[in-house]
Design a protein around this ligand. Structure first.
Ligand code: PLP
Length: 435
């Protein structure tokens, strides 16, 4: 019954199966659970050893006291170290990005903070794009310095040679240990060139130090962007967003080579930042519909963006399907994105007053932060998700007072547009704003 498998994954009749065909049952054997077609929730803290010798052997592997035998499987010990729901989920999740290994966490921030602590040490420098998710920004700027780790930020849409120049001029380029990027950037959808970051990392790597390129792939992945194929070493996700996809759980993930993931998983064991069996089970359920959800949301967003773009009360839209006026960004899009996704930001003519009137008038779309769920959500970055960035920095990043961010869900696009239309009608744009 089990599919044959090689290093590229399971195959059937000599053809490798696509990720969406593997999400329902890969890595689970019904014989483990009364022939249940679905993996149950292994809601347990600990696992029984057949005998003391087995317990000893499992611990030797878990603590790296000896190498794994050719046919030997890592045994189950305790749910902070491993649990079947997490292991099955991790084995499925890695197919979308073509990663060797994956680790699932209690939140996106748990994944990001654990990964950073696993791979950085005092004296290191981390170069990162801006803007990035508020929690990551805070962690890099306020928590990492306590451990002697310094950061340098660069604007997401800066040219690659300007970024290299910025690093050179910092005087600490020799301490570079990681380039951390978020592409597309939230909420402006600015793209960062992954290949250029990989080249910069390579240039600063030495025989005994490899500079790691880590990408927060939450916004387009794991369907529409595969950074590992463009030279990135590591991916992080807020699985709360598209991977979970129903706005009903908090989780995170980290993916990369077996060697890097070994370090990340070891740190996860000691931080205790893994996801629970229940969250793992929920995420397995979500993965079955990941592709059809993300595709439907991207199709809906295309229709919604077209409507917004032509609306007289909309100053400008920020959408990956609308980059014609920006050849630099369009070139990156063509290189590393497979779809424009379903995040749209736009500037309403006017400022906060007009944006708030619009948000308060929505009837179908919910006024909430977060994204990637089946229902459409709208928010005001300047006063909500990005309010802890100074107004001056926000201006540099292009986050204006009239900006609204929408995560397009799976509702009928015409119903979403209907709601946007009636809410925009309520907005009074003063004559001067039209000038
Ligand atoms: C939400 C988000 C995070 C943080 O994830 P949590 O699951 O909320 O901890 C990190 N990065 C991006 C891009 C996000 O949108």
């Amino acid at each position: 019954m089990q599919l044959e498998e090689d290093h590229l994954g399971p195959h059937l009749n000599g053809k490798h199966l696509r990720p969406e065909s593997l999400m329902m049952s890969y890595g689970y054997n019904p014989e483990w659970s009364e022939m249940a077609v679905k993996a149950p929730i292994y809601q347990t803290s600990t696992f029984v050893f057949k005998n003391a010798e087995e317990g000893k052997a499992f611990f030797e592997l878990a603590y790296g006291l000896r190498d794994k035998g050719a046919e030997e499987q890592m045994g189950l010990i305790y749910s902070r170290l491993n649990n079947p729901d997490l292991e099955i989920l991790e084995n499925r999740l890695r197919f979308w990005d073509g990663a060797e290994d994956a680790a699932v966490f209690a939140s996106g921030m748990a994944a990001i903070s654990t990964m950073l602590l696993a791979l950085l040490k005092p004296g290191d420098v981390i170069l990162h794009s801006e803007p990035i998710y508020g929690g990551s920004d805070y962690y890099i700027k306020n928590i990492l310095p306590k451990f002697g780790i310094q950061s340098i930020g660069f604007r997401a849409n800066m040219e690659a040679d300007e970024v290299a120049e910025l690093l050179e001029q910092s005087g600490v380029a020799d301490k570079l240990a990681m380039i951390y990027i978020e592409t597309p950037a939230n909420p402006t959808n600015h793209l960062v060139d992954i290949e250029a970051c990989a080249a910069l990392a390579k240039k600063h790597s030495t025989d005994d130090k490899k500079v790691i390129v880590a990408v927060d792939n939450t916004f387009l992945g794991p369907l529409f962007s595969h950074p590992l194929k463009h030279g990135a070493d590591l991916l992080v996700y807020s699985a709360t967003k598209y991977i979970g996809g129903h706005s009903d759980l908090i989780a995170g993930a980290c993916l990369g080579s077996a060697a890097i993931m070994k370090q990340v998983k070891a740190m996860r064991t000691f931080m205790g930042s893994m996801a629970s069996p229940w969250t793992g089970w929920m995420l397995m359920r979500s993965l079955e519909t990941l592709k059809i959800r993300m595709e439907a949301m991207a199709r809906g967003a295309e229709t919604v963006a077209e409507y917004l773009k032509n609306h007289p009360k909309v100053e400008r839209i920020y959408y990956l399907g609308d980059l014609q006026d920006n050849p630099q960004q369009q070139a990156i899009y063509e290189k590393q994105c497979l779809s424009a996704g379903s995040m749209i930001s736009f500037d309403i003519k006017g400022g906060e007053r007009e944006a708030f009137k619009f948000l308060n008038s929505l009837r179908l779309i919910k006024l909430a932060v977060s994204l990637g769920g089946t229902e459409s959500l709208a928010e005001h970055p300047a006063s909500m998700t990005h309010s802890d960035i100074s107004p001056a920095d926000r201006a540099v990043m292009g986050i204006g007072e009239g900006m609204v961010r929408i995560s397009v869900g799976v509702e009928h696009p015409e119903d979403i547009i209907n709601d946007i239309e009636q809410a925009l009608e309520k907005v009074q744009v003063s004559v001067s704003s039209y000038a």
